[in-house]
Design a binder for this molecule. Structure first.
Ligand SMILES: Cc1ncc(COP(=O)(O)O)c(C=O)c1O
Length: 366
C-alpha cells in the first residue's frame, strides 16, 4: 500500500470538472493578469476570514515582504520571530535589511513563547512576527499585549494556517497584518505559487495593493517602490473552486488528526498539542519520536512517506551565521528539530491507511 503525503492528485480528480471549467474560462477570456477572478477571490477571502481587506499576491514569501514594506520596515530595524519555522519567515526580514531577533518556541505548541519576548526588545525593535506553525496560531493575545506596551507592529506569518482560529477569530483577522501561502501542499493550495495578505487597516490595505503592482496608484504612476507581486488569474480561478470546499477539507483534516491521536497515545510519542482557545488546520501532523531518523527510514521501507519540519532551526543556518548565534541559544527549537516527524496529512487519507501508519509507527516504539 503506497500512501500519498499530501494527495494533490486525488483532490484535483475530486473537483476536476469545476476546476477545469474555471481554468478554461480564464483561457477563453485570456485575462491572465488581474482578471475578475482575482476580485472575486479577494471578496470570498474577506468573507471567509472576516478580515476587512484581503489582498492576493504571488506567494507567501512576497506577502511577508509586502507587509513589511507597507509598515515601513527599514534596514537595521529589529523584528522578533521564532527560529523554529520555515526559512521564509526570517529570510524576508533579512531581505528587507532588517535584523531577525530570535525568541525560542513553546515546548508544547512549537510556536513563539510570549514569555520570552520582552527580554529581547530593544530601541530598534519594530515588530513581532509570530508564525502559526503547522496550522495553529500562536498566543496572539499575549503577543499583542506586549506589542501594545512597546508600540510594536504584529505581522502574523500564517502561511501554514489559513482557516485556523484563535478565540473564535481566524488568524487572518488578527495582528496588524496577517499573511498566508497558497503553495500547492498548504491546507488551501493553488496549482502553483500564490499567497494573500490580510488587514483591517484601510490605509495599509491601499498601500499593499499598490505595492503589489510596482507601487503604482494609477497606471505608470508610481507612488512607492513596489514589486511585481500579483497572483495569476489562473491560480485565483483554482482557488475560487477550492475555497468553496475548504470548510469540508478542514473538518476532514481534523478527523485524520483525531484518528492519529487516538491510536498513537503512548508514552514515547509526543503528540501535537492544540490550545483550548485555538483550532488548527493541520498543515502538518507532526509528532516527536526518539531515534527519529531510524523511525523515518523504517516507515519509508513500509511505503509510508514522512517529512521533517524542520531539521535545523534558523539561528543555526549558514545564511544567518552573521547574526552570531550558537548552539544552545534556543534549546527548545534545537531539541524539537532533532525529533520532530511529520506524518502524511491530507483530507483524503483512508481509515485503512491511517491504521497502517499507526501500526507501523507503534512497531518502532517497542
Ligand atoms: C511559515 C512559512 N512562512 C512562509 C512561507 C512562504 O510561502 P511561499 O512558499 O508561498 O512563498 C511558508 C511556505 O512554505 C511557510 O511555511
Amino acid at each position: 500500500m503506497k500512501i500519498d503525503f499530501a494527495n494533490l492528485q486525488y483532490q484535483y480528480q475530486l473537483y476536476k470538472k469545476e476546476i477545469d471549467e474555471a481554468v478554461q474560462a480564464v483561457l477563453n477570456k485570456s485575462n491572465y493578469i488581474m482578471g475578475e477572478e482575482i476580485t472575486q477571490l479577494e471578496k470570498s477571502l474577506e468573507s471567509f476570514t472576516n478580515a476587512n481587506h484581503a489582498i492576493t499576491c504571488s506567494n507567501g514569501t512576497d506577502a511577508l515582504l509586502l507587509a513589511m514594506m507597507a509598515l515601513g520596515i527599514k534596514p537595521g530595524d529589529e523584528i522578533i520571530t521564532p527560529p523554529f519555522t520555515f526559512i521564509a519567515t526570517a529570510e524576508t526580514i533579512a531581505f528587507m535589511g532588517a535584523i531577525p531577533v530570535f525568541v525560542d518556541v513553546d515546548e508544547r505548541t512549537y510556536n513563539i513563547d510570549p514569555s520570552k519576548i520582552e527580554e529581547r526588545i530593544t530601541s530598534k525593535t519594530k515588530a513581532i512576527m509570530p508564525v502559526s506553525l503547522f496550522g495553529q496560531p500562536a498566543d496572539i493575545d499575549a503577543i499583542q499585549l506586549i506589542a501594545d506596551r512597546y508600540n510594536l507592529k504584529v505581522i502574523i506569518d500564517g502561511a501554514q494556517s489559513f482557516g485556523s482560529t484563535y478565540k473564535g477569530k481566524t488568524d487572518s483577522n488578527l495582528g496588524d497584518i496577517s499573511t498566508t501561502s497558497f503553495f500547492p501542499a498548504k491546507p488551501l493550495g493553488c496549482y502553483g505559487d500564490g499567497g494573500a495578505i490580510f488587514t483591517n487597516d484601510e490605509e495599509l490595505a491601499v498601500k499593499m495593493r499598490q505595492m503589489r503592482t510596482h507601487g503604482q496608484d494609477k497606471r505608470y504612476h508610481h507612488k512607492y517602490i513596489g514589486m511585481g507581486g500579483r497572483l495569476d488569474t489562473i491560480q485565483a480561478a483554482v482557488l475560487n473552486v477550492k475555497l468553496k470546499h475548504y470548510k469540508k477539507d478542514i473538518i476532514l483534516r481534523q478527523k485524520v488528526a483525531d484518528r492519529y491521536c487516538e491510536e498513537l497515545e503512548t508514552k514515547d510519542i509526543v503528540l501535537p498539542f492544540i490550545e483550548k482557545f485555538t483550532t488548527s488546520v493541520w498543515a502538518q501532523f507532526s509528532i516527536r519520536v526518539k531515534k527519529r531518523d531510524e523511525v523515518q527510514l523504517y516507515l519509508k521501507e513500509q511505503y509510508i512517506p514522512t517529512a521533517v519540519h524542520y531539521p535545523r532551526p534558523l539561528h543555526l543556518q549558514e545564511c544567518f551565521r552573521y547574526l552570531g548565534y550558537k548552539v544552545n541559544d534556543f534549546p527548545v527549537s534545537e531539541i524539537v528539530s532533532k525529533d520532530i516527524l511529520s506524518l502524511p496529512m491530507n483530507p483524503y487519507l483512508l481509515d485503512i491507511e491511517i491504521n497502517n501508519i499507526n501500526q507501523q509507527l507503534l512497531k518502532t516504539q517497542v
